[in-house]
Write a protein that binds this ligand. Structure first.
Ligand code: N01
Length: 511
């Protein structure tokens, strides 16, 4: 549903004018919409390219899709759900939860759905963001990118893949019309998505080839349905659900010590993972193939109880020879073997550090985000602001990602920061705020110094956490409560500002 705000003319074109535009209606964009509504800042719109809220949870409908963070933690702190059916919820239940929250907080009519943003350009003269989209033009004082890191599927650049004649689709764009029953299927990739898909389809297909480039580490998935007594307790015993949430949070946060500070400690997890591998993969040849060759945690640690049993089935093969070519109905590997298939699932992840959306946003000097990142790497200040992009905020921007706990916790930290920033701008009558480049640089030097000790840098793997400069520009390198502390209030002294006044006086950095 779209909502028309004030019409205004830029050139001959009618545009919708609004104070704040949020791009993306996933967990983060929806969270900000709710926060702004609660603050009475109702002059905003969420531009969402899909037909519903939910973002990655709306898009990833592949068989077996489920969260690997317990739901009592992987939910908004202001909208706890006592009815989660099990410890690790499945995609459908999470999507229902997100929709339910959007309805409860009455923000759906602030969303413009099926609205694909094609460009966002800062206009220095008017000090406004000019946004073009499939649903028309918009102008706003403030732009918030809530696009998220896992939204643009990355397709592998393999010779002949575009000429494949059978069913072919990415894990995040699952084709539910394609019936895989009794078919010869191949899946490329063995990341978090693939290890959920493989067990979900292995017993339906005639044959499944799993193309593995790097063997992942797997830990047990301690998942079970909640009992009736637990549901009653979550609902009626004061504090019980908050306590469970706090216990999950604390347990997960201990992993930071090994992941970010003392990677040698991760060997304890490796012992568990190796024991699991020995127990669940009885065939020594297969076990050798799927034994990882890097320190656990360097790539996201995966949890599954049914992946190893699935790849041990007679109708499943793990192929470790590199793919040289995809033909009309087959895949050819480096050793010259050609394997016939009817369908190909591409579970090769997302454009994270090189998102195509970066090409559509241009800042004060006209350069796009991708041009700026090309030069300095994907970096921001507190994951929220970037020099050269005035009045623009990011949710889930650079270096706020996590592998060990709930992203919703990080999102809510960012909501505190951005909401306080917008309130500060209004209170002081500021026309523009732009993070100081020296502050941003210093922040990133400190981040990279911390990250240099982490398993993500020292664990001996290549991962999507690293950008093309070899820097980890995706993960937060400390306890998440440290990030919460850092983002509690908007720190105006880190910003260049101009004031709204007839003279438009530049007031410079506030101390
Ligand atoms: O993607 P990935 P994903 N030829 O990038 C391989 C989140 N998530 O969609 O390891 C051959 O992890 C690649 O190989 P390698 C979570 O944050 C969360 O699985 O690069 N192979 C890898 O095996 C996760 O981290 C949940 O050598 C190629 C795979 O494809 C993120 O989403 C569930 C290749 C890609 O793995 C992404 O997960 C699912 C090529 N050209 C996902 N290119 C939760 O439960 C790539 N690969 C919350």
């Amino acid at each position: 549903m779209s909502r028309k705000v004030t019409d205004k003319a830029v050139g001959d074109r009618p545009v919708r004018r609004v104070k704040t535009i949020i791009i993306g209606g996933g967990f983060s964009g929806l969270g900000l919409a709710i926060r702004l509504s609660q603050q009475g800042r109702n002059d905003y719109l969420v531009l969402e390219r899909g037909n519903d809220v939910g973002g990655t949870w709306r898009d990833n409908t592949y068989p077996g899709a489920a969260c690997d963070v317990p739901s009592h933690l992987y939910s908004y702190s202001f909208a706890l759900n006592p009815d989660w059916s099990r410890s690790f919820s499945r995609q459908g239940e999470i999507q229902q939860y997100i929709k339910g929250v959007a309805e409860k907080y009455r923000v759906l009519d602030k969303h413009v759905f099926n609205c694909d943003v094609t460009s966002a350009r800062w206009n220095n003269d008017t000090a406004e963001w000019e946004v073009e989209s499939s649903e028309g033009s918009f102008v706003a004082d403030t732009l918030v990118s809530a696009i998220g890191a896992l939204c643009e599927p990355a397709l592998p650049d393999i010779k002949g893949i575009n000429d494949f004649e059978g069913e072919i689709f990415h894990s995040a764009r699952w084709n539910h019309d394609a019936d895989l029953t009794g078919k010869r299927v191949a899946i490329i990739g063995t990341g978090a998505s693939s290890i959920q898909i493989v067990p979900a389809i292995a017993d339906k297909v005639a044959h499944l080839d799993v193309y593995q480039r790097t063997a992942p580490w797997l830990l047990p998935r301690i998942d079970r349905p909640y009992t009736k007594a637990e549901h009653l307790a979550f609902k009626y015993v004061p504090g019980f659900q908050r306590l469970s949430r706090a216990a999950i949070y604390a347990a997960r946060e201990t992993q930071v010590v090994g992941l970010a500070k003392f990677p040698a400690l991760m060997q304890a997890f490796e012992l568990i993972a190796r024991a699991k591998l020995r127990h669940e993969v009885r065939d020594p040849e297969l076990r050798a193939k799927v034994t990882p060759n890097f320190r656990i945690g360097c790539k996201r640690m995966l949890i599954s109880n049914n992946y190893y049993p699935a790849i041990s089935r007679d109708n499943v093969d793990v192929v470790t020879d590199g793919i040289t070519e995809v033909r009309a109905s087959s895949i050819v590997t480096e050793d010259g073997t050609e394997r016939e298939i009817d369908a190909l699932i591409v579970a090769t992840g997302f454009h994270v550090t090189d998102s195509p959306t970066y090409e559509t946003i241009s800042g004060r000097d006209g350069r796009t985000l991708s041009e700026v990142f090309d030069e300095i790497g994907q970096q921001a200040y507190k994951g929220a602001t970037i020099a050269n992009f005035p009045n623009m905020f990011f949710l889930l921007g650079p270096n706020v990602g996590l592998g060990h706990t709930s992203m919703v916790y990080m999102i809510e930290s960012q909501l505190n920061y951005v909401a306080d920033a917008l309130a500060t701008v209004d209170r002081l009558g500021l026309k523009t705020v732009e993070v100081r480049r020296d502050v941003q640089d210093e922040y990133n030097v400190d981040l990279q110094r911390k990250l240099s000790k982490s398993v993500w840098i020292n664990g001996g793997c290549a991962s999507w956490y690293l950008d093309k400069h070899g820097n980890n520009t995706t993960l937060w390198p400390d306890f998440t409560f440290e990030f919460r502390r850092l983002t509690k209030n908007f720190d105006l002294s880190a910003y260049e500002t101009t004031k709204t006044s007839r003279a438009d006086v530049k007031v410079g950095a506030h101390q």
